[in-house]
Design a binder for this molecule. Structure first.
Ligand SMILES: Nc1ncnc2c1ncn2[C@@H]1O[C@H](COP(=O)(O)OP(=O)(O)OP(=O)(O)O)[C@@H](O)[C@H]1O
Ligand SMILES: [Mg+2]
Length: 217
């Protein structure tokens, strides 16, 4: 289980993350939503070990894989970008196919469109094994079909590995279709928490009601 207690991140006078408690069960897919600047990436980076919290306690599994908000390409073709010299080539080919990229497999990764590059970044992650996947807005650049492929791939990976997945998103569809649980951050605090359908359809606070009303569905 992932256990977060009294987690805080401050920049100068400003507190950008302030989480009392967050417990995430093994194998759970958790979506984290919230406006720009609400602390989603900060939370993921802390869990990934990329930045240090100002305070708090964290209990995390050892093997984590982190997909940053900004996708990037390495030199070389797509296959090389997925295997990076160590992952199984056959697995890479299968993943590229699953994410709708097989016809581009021998093209240079630098030539990909934004949505293609994002799906390539996901392939790079899914070619490896971990106990925890941290995905920062994995469908933000994808069209509807691309987002569907991402949802299927994430669910399949979780089904096969039983890993825990934490992903941030601005997409209610991603939360509804892929996540077991949805939390919404408001200025670094958890304002809503529950099964996605319940959070979206029966918001418990006035703030949550108004956030969800403005969240495009
Ligand atoms: N190094 C830093 N120094 C000062 N402030 C920072 C720093 N990094 C992040 N912040 C601030 O922390 C807040 C939370 O940022 P974060 O990237 O977590 O937001 P987010 O919820 O991921 O937003 P988005 O939806 O735009 O990706 C923002 O207001 C940001 O400006
Ligand atoms: Mg972010």
């Amino acid at each position: 289980m992932i256990d977060v207690k009294s987690l805080k991140k401050e920049y100068g006078e400003r507190t950008v993350l302030d989480i009392d408690t967050l417990e995430i069960n093994d194998g759970e897919i958790l979506a984290v939503a919230g406006a720009n600047g609400s602390g989603k990436t900060t939370l993921l980076k802390i869990l990934a070990g990329q930045i240090r919290p100002t305070g708090g306690e964290l209990s995390l599994p050892g093997k984590k894989l982190y997909m940053p908000q900004q996708s990037y390409a390495f030199r070389g073709d797509l296959i090389k970008n997925v295997t990076l010299g160590n992952a199984d080539r056959e697995k890479a080919v299968k993943l590229l196919e699953k994410l709708g990229l097989s016809r581009l497999a021998d093209k240079k990764a630098a030539s990909l469109s934004g949505g293609e590059l994002q799906r390539l970044s996901l392939c790079r992650i899914l070619a490896r094994t971990a106990d925890l996947l941290l995905l920062d807005e994995p469908t933000s650049a994808c069209d509807a079909k691309g987002a569907e492929l991402v949802v299927e791939a994430i669910k399949e990976y979780r089904g096969e590995t039983r890993c825990t997945v934490i992903m941030t998103t601005h997409s209610p569809a991603l939360a509804m279709n892929a996540a077991d649980r949805l939390i919404i951050l408001n200025n670094g605090k958890i304002e809503a928490d529950g099964p996605p359908a319940a959070v979206l359809n029966e918001p418990k606070t006035d703030w949550a009601k108004s956030f969800i009303a403005g969240w495009k569905i």
